[in-house]
Design a binder for this molecule. Structure first.
Ligand SMILES: [Zn+2]
Length: 344
């Protein structure tokens, strides 16, 4: 089958396109998906580069978004048919650890979790075998390309805004970097909840698109004094801020949070550590949540919401799977909007 193989950790030159990698076996509880679309996520570049503690057999197949049609069904699996349009919930939970047993509704926190493209082979291929418990059907109104926006980025945004922050109508929501795969879907989901949405972009020409997706206010984080502008608009501060940028923005996010505000931390683009004012945290009743991804149930809820509210995620660029290295470079450059999709 076609696949992009990571042969050693490092730069994009270690991503090799092949057309004769073995098709993965399908176990009795599994479903094999013929992949119609996948996409690039920041986690892919982290795995590609390698990090301390990550030990995976090489060659490895990246990709957390697995979207396509059912090609083979394991003998124990019920409720699916060959050709069904499906996608994979990205976290495989063990079913036996204390989290899975005591709080199955939070089983993406499984102590023995596996993530496609990180701990096991993922979606940069023509086929991927997925445990049937992770398979979710895609509503007819959502294309394969659009579905890739929901699996990793969309699920993280949904989990953050709906499950954790419980964003309400009329509340203020802000995100730094609103034009990428996570940002564009977060803006749309925040708007769908009835919130007032503030987003930032790195180039002025991206502003109209982010407005169209639902942002009420869009600032340029390179040329505008964003914190001052937001403070002028909302002197009491912001109810909920999503920050995946890290140390470069965390202190500003913290300052901008309204009393009782919620901070959603889901990335570390600019570093791993930042100072936290404990005094202000408790005095202002602030909540700081670390998070990523979500459960299969949340993915189903998200797809239903997207279909009902006609949420059309922004597919910014569609490329051939063989161009995965270029896709990584494009994502790192920031010279795109929405999701970068790869088609095998
Ligand atoms: Zn578990």
């Amino acid at each position: 089958m076609k696949a992009i193989l990571l042969t050693q950790h490092g730069g994009v030159e270690n991503l090799h396109y092949t057309t004769d990698f073995p098709i993965p076996e399908c176990g009795s509880d599994d479903i094999r998906v013929r992949i119609k679309a996948t996409s690039v996520n920041r986690a892919d570049t982290v795995v590609r580069n390698g990090y301390p503690g990550l030990s995976i057999p090489l060659p490895h197949i990246l990709g957390g978004d697995i979207v396509g049609e059912i090609e083979h069904i394991g003998e124990n699996v019920m409720g699916f048919s060959i050709g069904d349009r499906v996608m994979a919930a990205p976290v495989i939970s063990c079913g036996t650890c204390p989290i899975c047993v005591n709080t199955p509704e939070r089983n993406h926190l499984c102590f023995n979790w596996k993530y496609f493209g990180m701990h096991i082979n993922g979606g940069y291929a023509e086929y991927c075998t997925v445990p049937s418990k992770c398979i979710v059907k895609i509503p007819d109104t959502i294309t394969y390309e659009e579905a890739t926006c929901f699996g990793v980025a969309g699920l993280t945004a949904y989990h953050a805004l709906y499950t954790i922050a419980k964003l309400k109508e009329g509340e203020t929501f802000m995100i730094w970097g609103g034009s990428g795969g996570l940002g564009t879907i977060a803006v749309q989901l925040a708007k769908a909840s009835g919130a007032i949405v503030i987003a930032t972009v790195g180039k002025d020409e991206k502003k109209p698109t982010i407005h169209e997706l639902g942002a009420d206010y869009v600032f340029n984080h390179y040329t505008d004094d964003v914190a001052a502008e937001v403070r002028k608009l909302f002197p009491l501060g912001i109810n909920c801020i999503m920050d995946y940028v890290g140390p470069a923005t965390f202190p500003k996010s913290f300052e901008l949070l309204q009393k009782g505000g919620r901070m959603l931390l889901c990335g570390i683009l600019t570093g791993r550590e930042s100072m936290l004012n404990i005094h202000q945290t408790y005095l202002r009743h602030l909540s700081i949540h670390g998070l990523y991804l979500g459960t299969r149930t949340e993915l189903e809820e998200l797809l239903t919401l997207a279909a009902e509210k006609s949420i059309k995620p922004l597919v910014g660029k569609v490329m051939n799977l063989s161009q995965a290295g270029e896709a990584h470079e494009l994502m790192i450059s920031g010279g795109y909007m929405g999701k970068i999709v790869l088609i095998p």
